[in-house]
Design a protein around this ligand. Structure first.
Ligand code: PMP
Length: 395
């Protein structure tokens, strides 16, 4: 038997629970105020346009994916005015969502460039280690990130660990809305991180699973990536369109590669084609066509902005409500981190025992490291969850 994947295990427990008050704060997916999944209206509109488009068919896409999708995905990550795009030193490859983009990037770095050492944050998304190890990285380490006492980024520890990483180590960075903590470095901290990455000749690999979804503003969420590029760094960026388009199961992803020497592009492409050919041969079209349509059309783009603002502002409201309730109850501890954090997740600070208490007594499901998906909260259950947390902490 392989080890169980905790997030799915907890989700199954939620589904099996017959309790009328049960709350699901497990899997990272958006939920409406009514607790339902949301198909973005702009996605429905784009789908209607695609269905009526007689020029489309179900032929294979090229190995590296849909060109129109790559163009808009690259612009979304780097910005319309990106000098790297103008200088034609950026390549885009369509992949299977964020996971596939990370995997293809990691395989390229391990197989072709023979890089074997990677660093991810402590804690990080539960899949980073497995993706990089299975791709051929033989030396995976963590860098300090979360200061659990002060509930902030441990920037001193982070920088120290980068300083001692060997040259050419791959540094996995969460572009925005760090998973699981929800705590991002400040701009000043990003500048410090960038300085060390550059001076120590480390290779940044940005994982951008939440661009636009985090703050409602794609440029704000892309700030760190764009800053690193301005500082002259080469990098890989794994983009997911699961959360920001609600296209979870369509597996829409993109690996953006920023190079300083454009003459490397043809050889990069030819090697990448071989790697992808051996994985899925060529990617699915439907989700990529939706994203290409929406981001490529001025009016649909505006509708998409509205949708990501709807999602991010609902999450912010729920963070504020949770914090306010806990403070009203006088729950022991400080709760500022709940609203300082951004995006879907909150590293609540709850211990494993406290989480298990919530599961047993209140049928509130989250990860045992204390990670809660804030999207699972709504105006009807936030008080119940706050009181339960209060009880768990006092007991
Ligand atoms: N990276 C991070 C940090 C994530 O949180 C996620 C989604 N949970 C992903 C990558 C990839 O998700 P997907 O493959 O569904 O796009």
């Amino acid at each position: 038997m392989g080890a169980p994947i905790e997030v799915y295990q907890m989700n199954d427990l939620y589904n099996q629970s017959k309790d009328g008050n049960k709350v699901n704060l497990t899997v990272g997916a958006y939920r409406t105020e009514e607790g339902k999944p949301w198909v973005l209206p702009v996605v429905k509109e784009a789908e209607k346009i695609l269905i009526d488009d007689e020029s489309l068919n179900h032929e294979y896409l090229p190995v590296l994916g849909l060109d129109a999708f790559s163009k808009v995905a690259t612009k979304l990550a780097l910005g319309e005015e990106s000098s790297a795009i103008k200088e034609e030193r950026v390549i885009g490859v369509q992949c299977l969502s964020g996971t596939g983009s990370l995997r293809m990037g990691a395989e390229f770095l391990a197989r072709i460039l023979k890089l074997k050492t990677a660093y991810y944050s402590d804690p990080t998304w539960g899949n980073h280690d497995m993706v990089f190890t299975n791709a051929g990285f033989t030396s995976c380490h963590s860098y300090r990130f979360w200061d659990s006492v002060n509930k902030r980024v441990d920037i001193e520890g982070f920088l120290e660990d980068l300083e001692s990483a060997p040259s050419k180590s791959v540094i996995i960075l969460h572009g925005c809305a760090h998973n699981p903590t929800g705590m991002d470095p400040t701009k000043e901290q990003w500048k410090q991180i960038c300085e060390v990455v550059k001076r120590k000749n480390l290779f940044p690999f940005f994982d951008m699973a939440y661009q636009g979804f985090a703050s409602g503003d794609p440029a704000a969420d892309g700030w760190a990536v764009r800053y690193f590029i301005e500082q002259g760094l080469e990098m890989f960026i794994a983009q997911s369109f699961a959360k920001n388009f609600g296209l979870y199961n369509e597996r829409v992803g993109h690996l953006t590669i920023v190079l300083n020497d454009p003459s490397a592009i043809p050889s990069f492409k030819s090697q990448m084609q071989l790697i992808i050919r051996a994985n899925w041969s060529n990617p699915p079209a439907h989700g990529a066509r939706i994203v290409a349509k929406v981001l490529g059309d001025r009016e649909l783009y505006q509708q998409w902005l509205q949708a990501i603002q709807t999602m991010s502002s609902r999450i912010r409201e729920m963070r504020a409500a949770l914090k306010a309730n806990l403070e009203k109850l006088g729950t022991p501890g400080t709760w500022d981190h709940i609203t300082q954090q951004i995006g879907m997740f909150s590293y609540t600070g709850l211990t494993r025992d406290q989480v298990l208490y919530l599961v047993d007594k209140y049928h509130i499901f989250m990860l045992t490291d204390g990670r809660a998906n804030i999207c699972g909260l709504n105006t009807k259950n936030v008080e119940y969850v706050s009181k339960a947390i209060d009880d768990a902490i006092r007991n």
